[in-house]
Design a binder for this molecule. Sequence first.
Ligand SMILES: Nc1ncnc2c1ncn2[C@@H]1O[C@H](COP(=O)(O)OP(=O)(O)OP(=O)(O)O)[C@@H](O)[C@H]1O
Ligand SMILES: [Mg+2]
Length: 424
Amino acid sequence: MPVKLAVRNVFKIFGERTEAALQQLAEGKTKEEILESTGATVGVQDASFDVGEGEIFVVMGLSGSGKSTLVRMLNGLIAPTSGAILIDSEDVASCGRRQLRDIRRDKIAMVFQHFALFPHWTVAENAAYGLRVKGMKRDERREKALKALEQVGLTAWADSLPSELSGGMQQRVGLARGLATEPEVLLMDEPFGALDPLIRREMQDELLVLQKSLKKTIVFITHDLNEALLLGDKIAIMKDGRFVQVGTAQEIVSNPADDYVAAFVADIDRGRVFTAEDVSNDPAAMKLGSDNAEDAMRAMEDLNRNALYVVDDKDNIAGVVTYQDLAAATLDEATPNPVLEEVMITDYPTVDADAQLNELYGAASGGLPIAVTDDRDRLVGVVEPEAVFAQLSGDCETDAECPSEDDDAAASLETPKTKEREDA
Ligand SMILES: Nc1ncnc2c1ncn2[C@@H]1O[C@H](COP(=O)(O)OP(=O)(O)OP(=O)(O)O)[C@@H](O)[C@H]1O
Ligand SMILES: [Mg+2]
């Protein structure tokens, strides 16, 4: 994925004695020590990261950690003390005024927590604000504003006044205002910070749905780790102006860099962070028509699983067979070598790969592995119920309960171990 935004060794020191402050930072002095001895405040220290096109990069940190300072530098609102901020390899930090103005007008939009809607303007006029600033004509402005309002689900309110809208809807107008200018980079500084928890969750989910078609490059600021983990393709955790950890949600939750991060991670809602994909195994499915009961039982023994899915030649699911049912049928004199169809359960649970773990809870309680399917209903993975519960409880870092990308147990169907046994 091409890099849209590249930040290189960016520092921001507020105050007069920036040189002295930088010097002391290099010597390993803390933000407090530097403030005390130089009077300068460290806003951001040595931030470096890349954001790929269409990615959501989330910056999370407590109040005063430097999030807004960072995002204002990305937008060219304030200049870094040192370092480079490249958008499409143009340096926002060092380019001329006119160039900066063009970049800000054409490429970037910013959505804030507290942005002002003009009370006497309609929702559509408010959404068109950025276009007005650009000098766009009225009709074209309205057309683009309506498109943006449609994206955030506010078409019906286009001609209402802001006062007729709830807080969540007003925040959507803010987002529509950002989207209307069709920016390539969207900067969002705590856009959902003022919303009630329920509305906030709704907005988070909606943003993710919207992003599937928008594919904007987004830098999203929050002080809520749950929000960060849910939204971020990558997440940076900031403390005293410094990135203490940058990684995916899974990396951060599974492997907090230090006690500071670990303390945040302890409180997160794991069921929203992890998805079916994160706990899914290779399907290791049996083939309808060619595999028999004995094949299926042997595969289950090798994989240490109680059940396996059966697929047709197009990888569409036919059903699921359990070891217990196969064993019973094999022992039954009437069906000494049963075909899979005879034993197969055709009422099985399925989920999408991106389903949150919370949504899998019910399906996992049934005891059968859950089939993970793609958008064409093909089997792409299976989730063992134990893996769901282990991941939800956070037990899986220590035992082998939760599969991960490098868990290739399923591949062992074809490993020498199996062959050896066949030879024996
Ligand atoms: N214009 C300024 N002049 C002096 N110091 C500033 C200025 N802006 C920010 N700071 C300082 O820089 C540090 C980072 O502030 P910043 O506003 O970026 O934090 P934040 O993470 O956005 O916090 P919050 O979650 O409260 O919005 C703080 O110590 C703050 O006091
Ligand atoms: Mg802030």
